[in-house]
Design a protein around this ligand. Sequence first.
Ligand SMILES: O=P(O)(O)OC[C@H]1O[C@H](O)[C@H](O)[C@@H](O)[C@@H]1O
Length: 497
Amino acid sequence: MATVEVDAANGLKKVVLKGPQGASAEVYLHGAHVTSWKSSAGEELIFVSKKAVFKPPKAIRGGVPVCFPQFGGFGPLQQHGFARNSAFEVVSGSADSVTLALRPDEEQLKLFQHDFLLKVMVTVGADRLEQRLSADNTGSGPLQFTTALHTYYTIDSIHNVRIEGLAGREYLDNLADKRRCTEAAPDVRFAGEVDRIYLDVPGPLRIMDGSSRGAIEVVRENLPDAVVWNPWIDKAAGMPDFGDEEYQTMICLEPAVAGSGPVELAPGATWTGAQVLSLDRLGGSKQLECWASQRWNATPAQCSMTQAPHSSRIGQTKALRQDAAPDGSKPKFSSRLMQMKFMQRGKPPPAAAAEEAALQVAVLEEPDEQAEWVVRGGAAGGCRVVAEADPRPGAAVGRLSFTGRDDTTEAHAEQPGAAAGIKEKPLQLERASAGIKAEPLALEAGTLPPESRQAGGRGVKRKLEAALEGAPPDRKTLANRMRPNIGKPPKASRYTW
Ligand SMILES: O=P(O)(O)OC[C@H]1O[C@H](O)[C@H](O)[C@@H](O)[C@@H]1O
């Protein structure tokens, strides 16, 4: 059974839910109002204003007000109905879940004139929060209502946040007399006040705030509309229970039956709706970088960089350096660098293994005997990228695999220890060869100790020979066969240089 405790700060009753792996949530009996959802890493994902007033019947500013039996002004009642102003009772619960219920009192019945039983179930999981509504029509006539789970999210910065999943949808603009508009942007961003009711939105929505926490995915059941709200500067200043600057660190994304409503329920019938929120650490957009350098004395080998199918290329730098021979006659060694930046957007397909979320580098022809290779990578935004280097002075493969957590490092080396065998020394590549645009950049380049070069070389060569069964490879075959451990070749773009 869930334990009801009294919050010492405000004297109100609440239930603290404990989920697996340290996740938690708090639900006030006043309004069945969720005021906290903490991930397994202890991050607070729900916004509550520092100026929120915890004095019933006033609704708490922030958290997840339950708007029922009316959303906004879609009906005769006060804004957002009266559930958020009412005392709920605990029906049942456990350590990680609680169900609260509300029946309208006499005063409310006078205003609304329909009897109902509203239940709100809140369950916390590892990086997951589920809120389920059920409404029973306990009256004798049809019950009509609109509703919303008016969720306030805490975000890193309003300037970086974006919501995916609303492109092309129609919305009613509350700032323009509910004018019907179409969302033209690929995702919703904020540069001023926003108050929109997106209508009949299919599929999940995703919130990315530009920080390292990943994406919050919002899956809705029977709540077809999605309200997006940020009050911006003037409206924030006019709200006594909201800080002047707080518009910068919150957004509301509210699954609802609003513009596409109301719900009509026959006597004795039950309606259910839900939102399931989950924190997807790998699914936030991340910028990945991959770079490969090659050093040779006669001819460079053509090689390719293969990009995972769910990422887009956002930049590329090529640089060439020629080291003059000691007598100054002609270049002794040349080095060539390819650096690419990719944006991984959204969630990789569920079946995708680490390999599929990889950037890969492959050599397409037999390179120079004395060539040396270094393949490295990095990622901004919370996920760790591990570069795998094949040090063999022959065909070389580099693969970047990313893992879910900052504190986890996983090496996916074909030749364990090969990557660790790289000796690093800084190399400045400052100039580009004619016709190749390059920014001045500093990078770490490596040379490899001979034993690791040999070991890696033999391993990869054997694998390659086995794969090719002696047939002379064309470039495409070679590049495809070089992709390790992928059953079905991903539909990926390949860049050669
Ligand atoms: O101030 P409240 O009654 O809590 O409403 C806060 C906001 O809720 C929704 O997002 C509405 O679309 C907005 O128009 C409203 O300003």
